[in-house]
Design a protein around this ligand. Structure first.
Ligand SMILES: *[C@@H]1O[C@H](CO)[C@@H](O)[C@H](O)[C@H]1NC(C)=O
Length: 398
């Protein structure tokens, strides 16, 4: 608690020290933004999952543009998301940090067909919702992977589940992906228990579609999971001192990343130490640390979350009491360069008719021209910055 207060004081000073221009938006369709992603398949469309309900698709084609394309409106706590071609899944949590969500209809995977995404007929509505309550009581994040056999799996972290310790769930969605239509047969589901406390971040290895790296909310470990035999997934190793949550990014899931080696992943380190870590996954079962910020930027990069890559930058949303984001220069060899950070203005954390005392930020996104859309969870504000202005390296956004 004491540390948290000194962190707040530190950030207040940092925020007063300089001022960088931003645009503040308050779109009605943002409702506690939990994850925001624009995918290779359609880099100008941003999908935002809302923990207080729903999924929005937003047009971010040109400078500072933020226009709603389609909205799946509901009260379900939606958080995880991933896409493979025109196939998309999102997770409904069921339980969160404060227990069960009264508006949740259970831990569910909601499945979408995005083939009409760029047409005027596009409607954001799941063609199937798979109830996982027979296997687990809560889920959190999800990644899709295509195995060497051609089978399509959703790999899900169990987060706030209580029925399984350190749960990771494997769901075979091959017929759903292949036909983009509702399936009557229940899918194959396998639940694996691990030593990772409250699994959240999950990334499929860039060098193997059947290896996953998993981090947990209450864990400082990374789990290396091999599911080449999906009937018998195995935790190969749990390594300590990697930081918590470990929500990651790789070149193939970041549309405007140029510098990152395609065998590497960047992990955001949540917790007090925070920062980013680069892992070389050339040997998928034995990733090696290339560099990390943790040891020299302890407090200022605390609670780093859903990391993004843009050209030669790593951009980290900061889930701190006064939220913000950091930019880190990424060298060709995977080494980390200069770090800069920016915090949201104090005194603009009103939420309609009430005030909240947190501007923490779980997620952000960056469009092609370099505009950062950063989401404040509690207030639903969106701050739009030019990423180069924050880095101070004299390039401009378009
Ligand atoms: C997105 O906005 C651009 C203009 O910036 C426009 O040309 C395009 O048609 C829009 N796309 C959709 C799907 O609305």
């Amino acid at each position: 608690m004491k540390l948290f207060h000194s962190l707040t004081a530190l950030l207040s000073l940092a925020t007063l020290a300089h001022s960088i221009k931003y645009t503040r938006l308050t779109p009605s369709f943002i409702n506690y933004a939990a994850e925001s992603r624009n995918y290779k398949e359609s880099p100008n469309t941003l999908y935002i999952t809302n923990r207080n309900g729903g999924l929005a698709a937003v047009n971010i084609t040109s400078a500072k543009q933020f226009d709603l394309i389609a909205l799946w409106e509901n009260d379900y706590p939606i958080e995880g998301q991933d896409r493979l071609d025109n196939f998309m899944v999102v997770t409904e949590l069921a339980k969160g940090p404060d227990g069960a969500y009264p508006t949740s209809t259970g831990p569910k995977l909601h499945i979408f067909d995005l083939s009409l995404e760029t047409t005027p007929n596009f409607e954001l509505k799941p063609f199937q919702s798979i109830d996982l309550s027979g296997s687990i009581d809560a889920i959190l994040h999800v990644k899709l992977t295509k195995l060497a056999s051609g089978e399509i799996f959703a790999i899900i972290t169990a987060g706030f589940a209580e029925t399984v310790e350190g749960g990771v769930i494997f769901v075979n969605l091959t017929p759903h992906y292949n036909t983009l239509t509702e399936q009557t047969d229940p899918p194959y589901v396998k639940v694996l228990s691990t030593g990772i406390d409250q699994p959240e971040g999950i990334i499929i290895s860039p060098t193997s579609p059947s290896t996953a790296l998993v981090g947990g909310i209450k864990s400082s470990k990374i789990g290396i999971i091999d599911f080449s035999d999906f009937q018998n997934p195995l935790v190969l190793e749990e390594r300590d001192d990697y930081g918590a949550q470990l929500v990651g990014a790789k070149k193939s899931d970041q549309p405007f990343s140029t510098t990152l080696n395609s065998n590497y992943v960047v992990l955001a380190q949540w917790g007090l130490t925070g920062g980013a870590m680069i892992l070389d996954c050339t040997d998928s079962l034995n990733p090696k640390i290339v560099d990390e910020t943790g040891w020299y930027h302890s407090l200022s990069l605390s609670y780093s979350n859903r990391v993004k890559l843009y050209k030669d930058l790593i951009v980290l949303p900061l889930e701190q009491p006064i939220g913000g984001f950091a930019t880190i220069i990424l060298e060709e060899n995977g080494k980390l360069g200069e770090v800069r950070e920016e915090h949201y203005p104090i005194g603009e954390i009103d939420k309609g008719d009430s005030t909240v005392d947190s501007s923490k930020s779980y997620c952000l996104a960056i469009n092609e021209g370099g505009w950062v859309y950063s989401f404040v969870a509690e207030t639903n504000a969106v701050y739009v910055y030019c990423v180069w202005e924050v880095t101070g390296i004299g390039r401009s956004c378009s």
